[in-house]
Design a protein around this ligand. Structure first.
Ligand code: SAH
Length: 229
């Protein structure tokens, strides 16, 4: 089976590349794709660059060019749910785009015709994640992740996103990856470790905890591969 593992930033995939050790590199459309084998799985690993457009391009390339049959995203996010502390893990049950707005035409936030506000994650990958969390004795929150082309460092914006979408965390890529995987019928799983609380200190917190939180997320995803193998 071919499995894609993607991040948005180099820091999010570095721990994975270190873990797998050897890989081949292919350059395509301004990104590097790393391919390797792990316990009989064929892996393609890449970071997209930040934001929904780059993330869509990378997810689509991993599926349509490299033939990925499942996609796992590993990265960091800002917390909305106060239960989530720095380094805590959240797996998306569903994702939405908080900055998608054609409400002027009477549609709800996050909706475009022929689309849907929320896209559900694959249930069997979520079940595997639960098992892995148990095995690692790690707490894993399952909840809604809201995505937008905006680093949120503002309490009011964060609260609005939390209330409007009942979201537990926010970031800048997940929902676009979900749209691509859903359209191409590829099961996906979006995992994030908290780097900040999307408040006025978010920028500082993000810089301080990006690497350690990205490692937490990557370590969890590699354990999921053991179950997929
Ligand atoms: N430090 C980077 C910019 C990081 S943007 C630079 O200057 O190059 C934030 C990244 O982490 C995005 O990929 C996003 O998915 C995630 N993220 C973490 N906290 C976030 C927050 N509070 N708001 C939005 N995205 C956040």
């Amino acid at each position: 089976m071919k499995v894609a593992i993607m991040g948005a930033m180099v820091e999010e995939i570095e721990p994975l590349l270190e873990f797998f050790g050897t890989y081949e590199t292919t350059e395509l459309a301004g990104n590097k794709y790393y391919t390797t084998e792990y316990k009989g799985l064929e892996l393609v690993i890449a970071y997209s660059k930040i934001g929904k457009v780059f993330a869509s391009l990378t997810a689509s390339t991993m599926i349509q060019h490299f033939g990925a049959e499942k996609l796992l995203f590993s990265g960091v996010a800002g917390a909305i749910n106060p239960q989530l502390q720095i380094g805590d893990l959240i797996a998306a049950t569903a994702l939405c785009q908080h900055d998608l707005d054609i409400t002027a035409f009477g549609h709800p936030y996050g909706f475009v015709p022929e689309g849907s506000v929320f896209i559900d994650s694959d249930k069997s990958l979520l079940a595997i994640a639960k098992e892995v969390a148990g095995e690692m004795d790690k707490s894993l929150l399952e909840g809604v992740i809201a995505t937008g082309d905006q680093f949120v460092a503002d309490e009011a914006r964060k609260d609005w996103i939390g209330e409007t979408f009942k979201a537990d965390a926010l970031e800048m890529e997940g929902a676009s990856v979900a749209v691509v995987c859903d359209a191409l019928d590829v099961p996906f799983f979006i995992l994030r470790a908290i780097s900040d609380s999307a408040d006025m200190d978010a920028g500082f917190s993000f810089e301080e905890f990006l690497q350690s939180s990205a490692k937490e997320s990557a370590a969890f995803v590699t354990k999921m591969l053991d179950r997929l193998a």
